[in-house]
Each structure stands twice: as structure tokens, then as C-alpha cells.
Design a protein around this ligand. Structure first.
Ligand SMILES: *Cc1c(COP(=O)(O)O)cnc(C)c1O
Length: 395
């Protein structure tokens, strides 16, 4: 059913596809798994928590034994805040690598937490590079941690986390990764890239429904995190210690969401794990980008930086193109797209993740073509200003 060579079943009759980076389109089995109630203290649910943590850890590959997985209630941001507040000591200092909304949010979170930090702000879509990170670390010996965003979902840029990891550890510092929108589809094998902790959530590449996130961290960091957090509900060390002792979450867990997530994890394995999931998303992206380029649309990013998670396109220059109309007409055809977040030029985004394959992507292209015709837009070519912006991008 999840073979990427064949069409996946429609999510449900009449339900539009969510071409958005989470919540996303989930399978019918994932939705159905929520039709049962579970007691959070009961052995059956405790076993589900164990299976979930074990399956997530296995995605790190060889060396995963040194890590543990700590689920946290709430949306992804709650887990990011938990990771930052638990692993960065109160007298620590972070370097935040920002190139979009999620990097900015990380900096804002550190301000709330009262943790000293500096920001390397690359604007809307330029990648933070190893040499500039190395320079900042060399100039500021007080920095203890680097915080990187794996896929910055606001533009869809795939940041060079391996390069960033190398310079971080060469300088004797520690790396924390927000891999929210990438984990499960893009490899973060601990044998290949070093980091202390990462964070992701239920409703991204594993294709579950929203309701919790999880922190995956080196056990030695989890031990050392005791007493760092200033929040009871977001204390990763406390959640970890209690869960390992009692098998239970400290406070009411989202039981139905966990049941759905387990179903999603089994489907993830059946599809070929991280590699299989990533291959389907890459195919989704390649088919979608090629088809929309044929219509005249252009991507914000050059191919090298395009993630297989979400892609930003410039809005066409044609004055007949009105994004709100485009959105509604696409929705009427069964596809919910995502507005853009760029400051300089108008844009929109299309997600590649969720229960969709290349056949669905071809339907998206056909729907976009019909929609342009209905609107009387002759060409989807972006304005000259957009292409000038794009030229500024690093090669
Ligand atoms: C989705 C996402 C988050 C978390 O967002 P929530 O709305 O709190 O779930 C954080 N970082 C990135 C990169 C994301 O894509």
C-alpha cells in the first residue's frame, strides 16, 4: 500500500490532500487507529510507548544505543523549547543559525528561557555555511551550543547540517538540531553526523496526526540535563527519568495520537524506513517541480538547496494571477496549498510529504494548469525582481 511505485489510496472520499508540511495527509489506517480508548497507566499503553521509542531510536542506525528517545506532549514547538531549556545550561550560550521563521522562533524561545545567545541571521533563504560558523565560534569562546534547523520549513531550504556539525565539534562545542520537518525522511545517522540532541514531532515525515513531539538525545546529555530546566512540563530529564522508571508519561499522554503514530511507524518500516520514505518524497518533489516549471513557475531555491519536504515557488508576474483565487480554485480541485513567507516577493509553497505519491503530484500539476487557464493567466513566469533575488543565492 505504501509502495512508492503505485498510487496510494485517497485519504478519504471527498477529503482534500494537504500539500502542507504538517498536519499532513494521513492514511486511513492511521486515522482508524484512533477509534479506541487507552488507559495511560495500563500495560498495553505502556508497551505502545516502549515500541514507539524503540522504533524511533532505530532510525539513528548504528550507535543508537548511546541515545534515548523522550516523547513530550504538545506541538513541535513545545519539544524545541524542552530541548533548548533542558540541554543548554543556565550559564550556557547558544549560537542560533537562522534562515527563516523556525530559526527566528528558536532565538525567541531562548530569549523567553533567559539563555544567552547570538544569532547568525542569513535572511529568508541563504544557508549558514561551515566556514562562517567556524569563524563565529573562534571569535566567541563563550558559545557552548550551536542550534541548527535541518530543513527550514518556511522556505524549504535543506541546511548543510553535516558541514555545521563538523565545524561545531572541531571547535569543541555541541550541536542541537531542529529536525522537525526532516526526521524520518532524511538520514541523521549518528555514525555519519555528530549531535547531542534532535527534535521532531508526530505530524511530519512519520505521517502521524498532531499531538506530541519527541526529543532524541545522547544518554550522557540526558543525565547531565538534571536541574537545567526552569519548566516542570518541559523538563526532558524529568520526563525521561520518570518514563524509564514507571513506563508512564508524567502527565496525561495523547493516547489516541500515540496509537495512530505507532500505526504510522509500522507503515514507515514497511515502506523501507528512512530511505524508502525519503525516496518517495524525492520523487514527489522532482515530479512536482518539473511539472510546474513546464508551466513557467520557478522555484525560489536552486536545485542544490531544494528539500524533498516543501518547495517555495514565486507567484507569476501576470496581473491576472491572484493568489487567493489560485488557492480557492486549487482547493476546489482537492488540493490545499500553502501561502509563502518571503518578505521581498510573493510566493507560495507546496509540500511533498504525507500520504501522496508521484501520481498525486501529476494531478496537482494538472490542477495548477487548469486553474491558470480558468484565471486567464497565460504564463506562470515570475517577475524579473524575483529572478534577481534568486540570482543572489549561493551556488
Ligand atoms: C513544524 C515545525 C516546527 C514545530 O511547529 P509546531 O507548529 O509547533 O508543530 C518547528 N520547526 C520546524 C522546522 C518545523 O517544520
Amino acid at each position: 500500500m505504501t509502495n512508492h511505485d503505485s498510487a496510494l489510496p485517497a485519504p478519504r472520499l471527498g477529503e482534500p490532500y494537504l500539500l502542507t508540511p504538517g498536519p499532513l495527509t494521513t492514511s486511513y489506517p492511521v486515522k482508524s487507529a484512533m477509534l479506541r480508548d487507552w488507559g495511560s497507566w495500563d500495560g498495553d499503553f505502556r508497551a505502545m510507548t516502549v515500541e514507539m521509542r524503540t522504533r524511533l531510536l532505530a532510525m539513528l542506525g548504528q550507535g543508537a544505543d548511546d541515545f534515548d528517545c523522550v516523547p513530550m506532549q504538545g506541538s513541535g514547538t513545545f519539544s524545541v523549547e524542552a530541548m533548548l531549556g533542558s540541554f543548554i545550561p543556565r550559564d550556557g550560550k547558544a549560537l542560533v543559525l537562522a534562515n527563516g521563521a523556525y530559526g527566528q522562533r528558536t532565538a525567541e524561545t531562548l530569549a523567553y528561557l533567559g539563555r544567552d545567545h547570538v544569532v547568525l541571521d542569513k535572511g529568508d533563504y541563504l544557508p549558514p555555511r561551515g566556514d562562517e560558523v567556524a569563524q563565529i565560534l573562534a571569535d566567541d569562546p563563550e558559545i557552548t551550543h550551536v542550534v541548527a534547523i535541518h530543513c527550514e520549513t518556511s522556505s524549504g531550504i535543506l541546511n548543510p547540517v553535516e558541514e555545521i556539525s563538523q565545524v561545531t565539534y572541531a571547535a569543541g562545542r555541541k550541536l542541537l538540531i531542529d529536525s522537525m520537518s526532516a526526521f524520518g525522511a532524511l538520514p541523521l545517522e549518528v555514525a555519519r553526523i555528530r549531535y547531542e540532541a534532535l527534535v521532531s514531532s508526530a505530524n511530519k515525515c512519520i505521517e502521524g496526526v498532531p499531538g506530541f513531539g519527541f526529543v532524541i538525545a545522547r544518554k550522557s546529555e540526558l543525565e547531565a540535563a538534571k536541574g537545567n530546566s526552569t519548566s516542570i512540563s518541559l523538563d526532558v530529564h524529568a520526563q525521561w527519568a520518570t518514563m524509564n522508571k514507571t513506563g508512564q508519561w508524567r502527565f496525561t499522554p495523547p493516547t489516541h495520537v500515540v496509537a495512530a503514530f505507532l500505526e504510522a511507524l509500522r507503515a514507515h518500516e514497511a515502506e523501507g524506513g528512512v530511505e524508502g520514505r525519503g525516496a518517495r518524497y524525492i520523487r514527489n518533489r522532482d515530479v512536482m517541480v518539473a511539472g510546474l516549471r513546464d508551466l513557467g513557475f520557478e522555484t525560489l531555491l536552486k536545485d542544490r538547496w531544494l528539500s524533498p519536504i516543501i518547495v517555495t515557488f514565486f507567484c507569476p508576474a501576470d496581473p491576472k494571477f491572484i493568489f487567493d483565487d489560485f488557492y480557492e480554485l486549487m482547493k476546489a480541485k482537492g488540493f490545499i496549498i500553502y501561502p509563502g513567507k518571503l518578505t521581498v516577493v510573493d510566493s507560495f509553497r507546496i509540500g511533498c510529504i504525507g500520504q501522496m505519491d508521484e501520481h498525486v503530484m501529476r494531478q496537482v500539476i494538472a490542477a495548477a494548469k487548469d486553474t491558470l487557464d480558468e484565471m486567464g493567466v497565460k504564463s506562470a513566469t515570475p517577475p524579473a525582481l524575483a529572478l534577481k533575488e534568486r540570482a543572489k543565492l549561493a551556488a
